[in-house]
Design a protein around this ligand. Structure first.
Ligand SMILES: CC(C)(COP(=O)(O)OP(=O)(O)OC[C@H]1O[C@@H](n2cnc3c(N)ncnc32)[C@H](O)[C@@H]1OP(=O)(O)O)[C@@H](O)C(=O)NCCC(=O)NCCS
Length: 235
């Protein structure tokens, strides 16, 4: 339900709708505010905008949502099934990223999140230019991945995150997904509390440790599930 008013926040009625390319500048600015330590953010708001543009226009099965209040974007969620969410971005924007890193060389020395981007850049810039096989992340079968969710710091704690997650859950269920998954930094205790409050549970590694993976089982109609399984395995 596009643009439907969901609730009244302090800044006016909250609507949730599909994000468009026109929203990306606002999404990028919001990302920089909501993730102050983000390595991508250190490369500038334009680098962040280009990374979300890749998620929006790349070969993904994407659900991109924004909440708006009085026309202003106050939150966003990007989720679905991603094909090369990082390496594809690095490939598409390699020269832009190289120029940004040249201006901020210190960034190469820090940041866990930077590892994948810098590895991608190093591989892409090898003189041999040999094609590099992409190793996709292990993705649970028929699970909807939440790549990013954030609410503007001035609007947090007013139910917007819950509205975004409810809409994503509804759409993922309608698309036939059986579960949702995400990775949160284990020290981001407020986000972990947020996910737990919505029914998400921690997913332990085979060795029993927890490195931030969480999952939510979707309330799938048993008949629809049987139909989907039969379609996948007609034998
Ligand atoms: C995490 C985030 C998206 C939550 O959005 P939000 O709009 O602030 O959350 P809501 O107001 O919808 O909260 C829903 C429920 O989550 C729980 N919750 C939210 N923030 C919480 C906190 N800081 N501590 C404990 N519980 C919290 C509460 O149970 C809350 O329900 P209640 O208000 O009825 O008690 C938002 O805080 C955010 O953008 N954080 C920064 C970016 C980030 O860390 N994103 C997640 C990366 S994995």
């Amino acid at each position: 339900m596009e643009g439907q008013v969901q609730s009244e926040g302090t800044a006016g009625a909250v609507a949730v709708r599909t994000a468009t390319e026109q929203d990306l500048a606002a999404v990028a600015a919001l990302h920089v505010h909501a993730f102050p330590g983000s390595v991508l953010g250190e490369l500038g708001v334009e680098a962040v905008r280009r990374s979300y543009k890749w998620q929006l226009t790349g070969p993904h099965d994407l659900t991109a949502l924004v909440t708006t209040q009085d026309g202003t974007v106050t939150g966003f969620l990007f989720g679905g099934v991603f094909r090369g969410s990082t390496i594809g971005f690095v490939k598409a924007e390699r020269w832009f990223l190289v120029s940004r890193v040249a201006r901020h060389p210190g960034i190469l020395l820090r940041g866990v999140g930077w590892k994948r981007i810098s590895l991608g850049l190093r591989l892409l810039l090898r003189r041999s230019q040999t094609a590099v096989a992409e190793k996709p992340d292990a993705v649970p079968r028929r699970s909807f991945g939440v790549l990013a969710i954030a609410v503007d710091p001035t609007s947090q704690g007013q139910g917007l995150g819950a509205i975004l997650m409810a809409e994503a859950t509804t759409r993922a269920t309608a698309q036939g997904f059986l579960a949702m998954h995400l990775t949160v930094h284990p020290t981001n205790v407020s986000a972990v509390a947020f996910y737990r409050s919505l029914g998400w549970v921690e997913l332990n590694e085979p060795n029993g440790s927890w490195v931030g993976r969480m999952t939510l089982a979707l309330d799938v109609d048993a008949d629809a599930d049987a139909d989907a399984a039969a379609e996948q395995d007609p034998a």
